[in-house]
Design a protein around this ligand. Structure first.
Ligand code: 4AD
Ligand code: MG
Length: 442
């Protein structure tokens, strides 16, 4: 049953003038009583198939010309190189419909359903997300996504990081209580994890360099262009490393992702109208580092009302990064703006040794990370300062009690990076089944 021929290979000329059997889905169709033009789609592309009544016979002609959009079909024929739009054409000799479409329920994702709405992202399309996945735009996005995931694995594995898994049911917050998902857990409360980090720190004395890619969960009530309630989180933790060394890896992995996309997916990027020069710039340049205080000055210089001590939300990051030509690190946030685990700067403990990496073009934060508070005394102070429930963090303090060492790490929002590098408007475009406060279906 497996496939021998792929439409992508037909279009690249590998089968010119030979007989092939193509398996796929009807993408578009039109014609007359004598000749039928069926554009066939598979995961690698589309190709026009020419079906003539006098060649295939009445029965086959009727069956193929009645196949509705998204019916699955098998076609046999000869590959004909042409100078037409599609480059290649199949002269069909025979064919059959494998899985028909019920005429009472035609495929609902039509060109007009996609263009009527803003970027094709109406509730209607979200309700039919399972079918929307088959559209060219979404298929392309899924391919880019796969390359991004592969690039993250190769970056870390090539540098001897060990892939390590943490639990998703946890007892405490990592990134503050306001976005915790609570789940009933056999008469107790548990939470869905916001980050792998605390459990990665527990393994840091064992592995020293570790990473993961896993879902993280945040009960984000507001629906924005860059927030999901379930997102894919690439995180790393490294022993004996400073904030600056952690940033080198953040820059390294993002540049590596951009490079891989250019090498492996430039056609797909172009089909999404992404400017390849921009992606090349992100792959090749160095990412400047500025302190939080400088960012506040830049914002105030632009007339934005912002107070020292606030974490920067999307509206501020959007303005700040609109003029950036490359990603920028923002370092040294005020201690009051960040969670308890960040290490206060020994030179000025009003600040913490942390960083956010902000993507240009108004996209904003894609990475958050830094050095961890690593002495027992300091972590106990910080937990106390945040009034966090000690019970959930006993294990975390133990990591410091038994041979604590300086260490750090970061978390990268994979869906955000896909959104940005693909030049998409909304994070929903970059994940197959987006989850937000209003939607867990389909
Ligand atoms: O900045 P955050 O909250 O940092 C952490 O979770 C750290 N514990 C990570 C670490 O040091 N290991 O989240 C990290 C990144 C953000 O920069 C953003 O890219 C992404 O995760 N992110 C989200 N992406 C989509 N939807 C959301 N609701 C997100 N929240 C965070
Ligand atoms: Mg953050």
């Amino acid at each position: 049953m497996s496939k021998e021929y792929w439409i992508g290979d037909v279009n690249s000329g590998s089968h010119d003038d030979s007989k092939v059997e193509l398996k796929g889905w009807v993408y578009r169709a039109r014609g007359s009583n004598k000749i039928w033009f069926m554009v066939l789609r598979d995961s690698t592309g589309t190709v026009q198939c020419v079906i003539k009544r006098d060649v295939v016979g009445d029965e086959c002609f009727e069956s193929l010309s009645n196949a509705l959009i998204e019916s699955s079909v098998i076609i046999a024929g000869t590959v004909n190189p042409t100078d037409r739009e599609h480059g290649h054409e199949i002269q069909v000799s025979s064919g059959e419909v494998v899985g028909p479409v019920n005429p009472d329920r035609p495929f609902p994702i039509t060109e007009s359903a996609m263009t009527e709405s803003d970027g094709g992202e109406t509730e209607f399309l979200l309700d039919h997300r399972h079918l929307y996945l088959r559209t060219g735009r979404m298929t392309t996005m899924l391919k880019l996504r796969s390359t991004v995931f592969g690039a993250i694995h190769s970056y870390f594995r090539d540098r001897d990081f060990i892939e390590y898994q943490a639990p998703n049911f946890v007892a405490g917050a990592v990134e503050g209580g306001s976005t915790l998902f609570e789940v009933p857990y056999f008469g107790r409360k548990a939470y869905l994890t916001q980050s792998w980090q605390l459990y990665a720190e527990a393994a840091m004395p064992a592995l020293e360099r570790l990473y993961t890619m896993a879902p993280s969960f945040r009960a984000e009530k507001s629906r924005t262009r860059r927030h999901l309630t379930e997102f894919w989180h690439a995180e790393m933790e490294i022993a004996w490393a400073s904030n600056s060394e952690v940033m080198e890896h953040g820059e390294g992995v993002v540049r590596h992702i951009a490079r891989k996309l250019l090498d492996e997916r430039s056609e797909e990027l172009t089909s999404l109208e992404r400017d390849l020069d921009l992606v090349a710039r992100y792959a090749d340049s160095q990412y400047p580092r500025i302190r939080y205080d400088e960012a506040i000055e830049i914002l105030q210089g632009k007339g934005v009302e912002v107070e020292w001590g606030q974490d920067l939300d999307y509206s501020k990051e959007k303005i700040l990064t609109a003029d950036f030509e490359v990603p920028h690190f923002l370092t040294h946030y005020p201690r009051v703006a960040k969670p308890f685990y960040h290490r206060p700067d020994p030179d000025d403990p009003k600040y913490v040794l942390c960083h956010d990496l902000l993507a240009p073009e108004g996209y904003g934060e894609i990475i958050g990370g830094g050095e961890r508070t690593w002495s027992e005394k300091e972590i106990l102070e910080r937990i106390e300062e945040e009034k966090a429930p000690m019970e959930a963090y006993e294990f975390y303090v133990d990591v410091r009690r038994y041979g604590g060492v300086p260490h750090g790490g970061f978390g990268l929002g994979v869906d955000r990076v896909c959104t940005w590098l693909a030049g998409a408007e909304h994070i929903r475009e970059a994940i197959p089944f987006p989850r937000d406060s209003r939607r867990v279906t389909p």
